[in-house]
Design a protein around this ligand. Structure first.
Ligand code: ACO
Ligand code: ZN
Length: 177
C-alpha cells in the first residue's frame, strides 16, 4: 500500500515543534482512531458503517492528522452532494462538511484549519460551487474557525440536534468558473 504514503504531507513546516505531525488521507485501518476522536470530542456519534461509507464514497476529502506515534489526533470528512441550482435547472455540486474534530490537547495549532484547507482543495475537481455545514449555535470555537475561512451564517436550523439545540447553517460560495 503506497497510496497513503504518497499523499502524506508535512504541512506544519520543519522548523517548529509540530514538524512530526502529519496529514494524510484516511485508510480503512484508521477508522477506529477516527471513531475514538469523534467519541471523545463530539456528542454526535455515528455507527462504524457510516464512517466506512463516507470513506468508500468520498475518500479524497476524508483526512486524518497523526502525531509522532502515528496516533490519530484529528479527522475531517465531507460528502459531495448534487443539488438543483437556484437560478437554473442544472445541478450543482455542494461540499457538505460531515464532521471535524481535534483532540483537545492539540487544539489552537491550526490543525483544523489545515484539515479544512486540504480537504476542500481535494474535492475541487468535483467543481464544488458551495461548501456548507451545520454547527451548534453554542460552538464558539468552531464558528470562529469557519468564519476565518470565509464561511458565513446563512440560516438557523431550529432544533437540529437531538438534544434540541439549534444549528447555524454556514455557507461558503465559490466563484463560478
Ligand atoms: N476560541 C476562539 N476561537 C477559536 C477557538 C477557540 N477555542 N478555536 C479555534 N478558534 C478560531 C481562532 O480564530 C483560530 O485561530 P487562532 O488560534 O490564530 O486564534 C482559528 O479558529 C483556527 O483554529 P485551529 O487551531 O485551526 O482550530 P483547532 O485545530 O483548535 O480545531 C475545532 C478547532 C475543530 C473546532 C476544535 O476546537 C474541536 O475539535 N472542537 C470539538 C469538536 C467540534 O466542535 N467540531 C466541529 C463541530 S461542527 C462540524 O463538525 C460540522
Ligand atoms: Zn450537515
Amino acid at each position: 500500500m503506497t497510496t497513503n504514503k504518497e499523499t502524506e504531507t508535512n504541512t506544519f513546516g520543519s522548523t517548529n515543534s509540530d514538524s512530526d505531525i502529519f496529514i494524510r488521507r484516511c485508510a480503512i485501518e484508521d477508522l477506529d482512531g477516527v471513531v475514538e476522536v469523534n467519541e471523545r470530542e463530539l456528542p454526535e456519534d455515528y455507527p462504524y458503517f457510516f464512517y466506512k461509507s463516507i470513506l468508500d464514497n468520498f475518500p479524497e476529502s476524508f483526512l486524518v492528522t497523526l502525531d509522532h506515534n502515528s496516533t490519530i489526533i484529528a479527522y475531517i470528512m465531507w460528502r459531495v452532494e448534487k443539488t438543483p441550482s437556484i437560478d437554473s435547472l442544472k445541478y450543482i455540486n455542494k461540499g457538505h462538511l460531515v464532521s471535524i474534530a481535534v483532540f483537545e490537547k492539540y487544539r489552537r495549532r491550526k490543525i483544523a484549519t489545515k484539515l479544512l484547507m486540504e480537504s476542500m482543495s481535494a474535492i475541487k475537481k468535483y467543481k464544488i460551487l458551495q461548501y456548507v455545514l451545520e454547527v451548534r449555535v453554542s460552538n464558539y470555537a468552531a464558528i470562529k474557525l469557519y468564519e476565518k475561512l470565509n464561511f458565513r451564517i446563512e440560516t438557523i436550523k431550529k432544533k437540529y440536534y437531538r438534544d434540541g439545540e439549534n444549528a447555524y447553517f454556514m455557507v461558503l460560495n465559490m466563484k463560478n468558473s
